[in-house]
Write a protein that binds this ligand. Structure first.
Ligand code: FMN
Ligand code: SF4
Length: 415
């Protein structure tokens, strides 16, 4: 069931040794890339149908092409290693077990787009990841994979680490860019997109750790061979983070198309301690909450898998408790720049507290549904747009359980 491409070297190499990486095929893709034209590299990535692994599933070749097409010659490559979404921990695994493949992917992207400067934005809590990546960058510089005239191919590129202060919103591309610029992390209206006006308003290719890590493998095996892995809409493999009330938690690499149900049963070895499954949340705190009968769906970009978190909750879990905890998280993490998210999350918390206390009415529920609708449609960035998704999907899958709480309230109030 597992297909190990990005994780193939895990445990076999010392992540702090670039020599181990090189002995195991590392930097061969870069050596090949610098003998290729930009367009040929972009063609391979287009043929591979690589899509972003950070949640939005945007085709990577379009970003590369956009940068190449910009008149402005100062360009940046940014790797998003913020990984603040609860339930996701696969980027940390990638960085701590095999950091160079992400770095190699960034250097290939820089060569392709003629960018001279890169940033890896790592959340501050990931202190071990920061240490490993810092050492990997130093070794890459020493070997001539970073710096001036890389591999004698006449291009210069270097990478700097920026660490976040732990705000969830700083994983959102424009909030992250603002944070790199030294401002507080708040999103910007789009367009223009980062490929036109990103870091310091210059063209910027911003991608997830796993996306960059795929690039050397695509060049090594060729776009066509890569595109044979996975499904029609989703090519390659996906790293999934299995967590919650599951017997075997961890990060696993599977070809796209494996079902959520099988991943839980076979890789996660089912619900822990023989308990019954209550619900599964895909993508993380901002993802859909599904009842057991809806989890026989493929892991692919058509099914809201986000960055690949699968959170398993057993029969002891109360759906209202979970919704309230998520709403409190989003209320705390909202940057406050736009009204629907700032005020909407506040009200969702208040209303969910009422539901939990047994004092909510059917009108409160209608208000919550309307609020969710407005937030999804008019919030400025993905945080506000996705914060009500757990509520909206739980109302679908567990509506009776939520409404049961209201019925008791109304009976009490009317008595
Ligand atoms: C609130 C919020 C948090 C996000 N956090 C992350 C994150 O931690 N890592 C990530 O790669 N993308 C995150 N994203 C998605 C990024 O905005 C962006 O789409 C992604 O980094 C692009 O890279 P990709 O095309 O390789 O997926 C987040 C989006 C939102 C709205
Ligand atoms: S949606 Fe939320 S996090 Fe995003 S800009 Fe608006 S207030 Fe800030």
């Amino acid at each position: 069931m597992e297909k190990r491409i990005l994780t193939a070297r895990f445990g076999k190499i010392d992540p702090l040794s670039i020599d181990d990486y090189i002995k195991n095929g590392g930097y061969e893709a870069l050596e090949a890339a610098v003998k290729m034209e930009s367009d040929t590299i972009i063609d391979e990535i287009e043929t591979a149908k690589l899509r972003g692994r950070g949640g939005a599933a945007f085709p990577t070749f379009i970003k590369l092409k956009a940068l190449v097409g910009e008149k402005e010659k100062t360009r940046y490559i940014v790797c998003n290693a913020d990984e603040g979404e609860p339930g996701n921990f696969k980027d940390r695994h990638l960085m701590e077990n095999d950091p160079h493949q992400m770095i190699e992917g960034m250097i290939i992207s820089a060569y392709t787009t003629k960018a001279k400067k890169g940033y890896i934005y790592i959340r501050g809590e990931y202190d071990h990841s920061i240490a490993v990546v810092r050492e990997a960058l130093a070794q890459a510089r020493e070997k001539g994979y970073l710096g001036k005239n890389i591999l004698g191919a006449g291009f210069d590129f270097d990478i700097e680490i920026r660490s976040g202060a732990g705000a969830y919103v700083c994983g959102e591309e424009f909030a992250l860019i603002e944070s790199i610029e030294g401002k507080s992390g708040r999103s910007r209206p789009k367009p223009p997109f980062p490929t036109t006006a990103g870091v310091f308003m210059k063209p910027t290719m911003l991608n997830n750790v796993e996306t960059f890590a795929n690039i050397p493998h695509i060049l090594e095996m060729g776009g066509k061979a890569y595109a044979k892995i996975g499904t029609e809409s989703s090519k390659g493999t996906k790293l999934i983070s299995l967590s919650g009330n599951i017997a075997n938690r961890g990060v696993f690499e599977v070809p796209f198309g494996v079902s959520v149900k099988d991943a839980i049963a076979k890789l996660g070895r089912g619900v822990a301690d023989g308990r019954k499954l209550k619900m599964v949340q895909l993508s993380g705190a901002s993802g859909p909450i599904l009842p057991p009968e809806k989890i026989d769906v493929p892991i692919d970009f058509d099914h809201d898998i986000g960055a690949g978190a699968i959170i398993v909750m057993d029969e002891r879990t109360d759906v209202v408790d979970i919704l309230l905890r998520h709403a409190e998280f989003f209320e705390h993490e909202s940057c406050g720049k736009c009204t629907p998210c700032r005020e909407g999350n506040l009200h969702l918390v208040r209303l969910l507290r009422k539901v939990q206390a047994g004092s909510a009415t059917a009108d409160d529920l209608r208000v919550m549904e309307n609020l969710a609708d407005v937030m999804i449609n008019v919030s400025l960035c993905g945080l506000g747009q996705s914060a009500p998704i757990p509520l909206a999907t739980a109302l679908d899958g567990f509506g009776d359980q939520i409404r049961d709480r209201l019925a008791q309230t109304e009976t009490k109030e009317n008595a």
